[in-house]
Ligand binder design. Structure first.
Ligand code: AQP
Length: 332
């Protein structure tokens, strides 16, 4: 059975619609067909300053949301990254294999450090993609379900896996990105030229799944479209409308063509009102389920304990093999 691995940061509290449609939704589907490993990446979270109590609470909240979204601990391995020390251990080896210039070319680092001021960005933020390489290679993942913004990091993972294998002998599976064309990039509702993101979007442009459903409906109804009136998918010329059609289609299963037909001769208002309703129907039970998992910390803890145990079994084997390849003297 092919293996998938992916992770999500616990930093923002609520997942946003881009996280869900771009990544988590695929995770849920892939647990049926793949040996699936999913984690909440708290080591990645601390690449920017975090309040300890908030980080802990947000990590639980992330797990609760993943379960609410449909991850089933019987069908996948769900764990918290810091519960598996091998991530940091393999990351060190990968750090030593990566060129400084190679790491400096990562566009996400360039964007994020520019926002913080280059001198304030941590070295951890700089090596973030290399920790991600370790995350993936530890599990010998065949595919990595992520949004488009992660493509460059998967490329780096492939390069480093090949480099290590070439230098030390076949050790790592070289993974492929699993990026669905339709939902690879969900756009900001107020500025459809940028991706919906917790750091770059304004509150009105960002749909948080745990927002009050009324707030969500309002955001959808005030989404920016264009001065044309036709409801048609055209990502280049009509990015706002196309984004709404993508969201609508993915949440309901209706094809884009069918939606274009349904809204022929109707105005943007009708599309937005209906999509607002679709969103409310989606987020309302999601919020309830998330709360139920939060209210049951024992179940949550036991899911994570089991997940960490399963993850560590795989990670420890890969790390031991890697240590041997590198030439570390085995501890007796
Ligand atoms: N707008 C998006 N469209 C499609 N996929 C997206 N992802 C994020 N935004 C979109 C995917 O969500 C997964 C988890 O991402 P993360 O935990 O790394 O969160 P992030 O990338 O930090 O989320 P943001 O909002 O994009 O944060 P900032 O603003 O800090 O960069 C990933 O698979 C990601 O591709």
């Amino acid at each position: 059975v092919p293996r998938v691995l992916s992770g999500i940061q616990p930093t923002a509290g609520s997942f946003h619609l881009g996280n869900y449609l771009g990544a988590v939704r695929q995770w849920v589907a892939l647990q049926e067909s793949h040996d699936a490993f999913y984690m909440v990446v708290d080591l990645h979270a601390i690449t920017v300053p975090q309040d300890p109590a908030e980080l802990r609470a947000n990590t639980r909240l992330a797990v609760a949301q993943l379960l609410a979204a449909g991850l089933d601990p019987e069908r996948c391995t769900l764990f918290v990254q810091s519960h598996v020390p091998e991530h940091a251990q393999l990351a060190w080896i990968m750090n030593c294999l990566t060129g400084f210039g190679e790491a400096a070319r990562m566009t996400q680092f360039k964007d994020k450090s520019a926002k913080q001021g280059a001198d304030r960005a941590s070295v951890g933020l700089f090596t973030y993609p290399i920790l991600q390489v370790a995350d993936i290679l530890l599990y010998q993942a065949n595919e990595v379900p992520v949004g488009e913004d992660q493509r460059q990091h998967i490329e780096l993972t492939r390069d480093l896996a090949e480099r290590f294998n070439g230098r030390f002998g076949a050790t790592f599976t070289v993974p492929e990105p699993y990026i669905l064309k339709e939902t690879a990039k969900i756009y900001d509702l107020q500025d459809p030229s940028i991706k919906m993101s917790k750091s770059a979007s304004t509150p009105k442009g960002l749909v948080n799944l745990l927002d009050d459903p009324k707030t969500t409906a309002k955001k959808v109804r005030s989404a920016v479209t264009d001065t044309d009136t036709v409801i048609r998918f055209d990502a280049e010329h009509k990015p706002g409308v196309s984004n709404l059609l993508t969201i609508y289609s993915t949440l309901t299963g209706a094809g884009i063509g069918a939606l274009e037909e349904k809204y022929e001769g109707k105005g943007y208002g009708a599309l937005k009102t209906d999509l607002a309703e679709v969103m409310v129907e989606f987020v309302t039970p999601f919020r309830e389920r998330t709360q139920q998992y939060l209210d049951d910390p024992e179940t949550l803890d036991s899911v994570l304990a089991k997940g960490a145990e399963k993850a560590r079994a795989v990670a420890a084997e890969t790390l031991a093999h890697t240590y041997e390849r590198v030439g570390f003297l085995p501890a007796k």
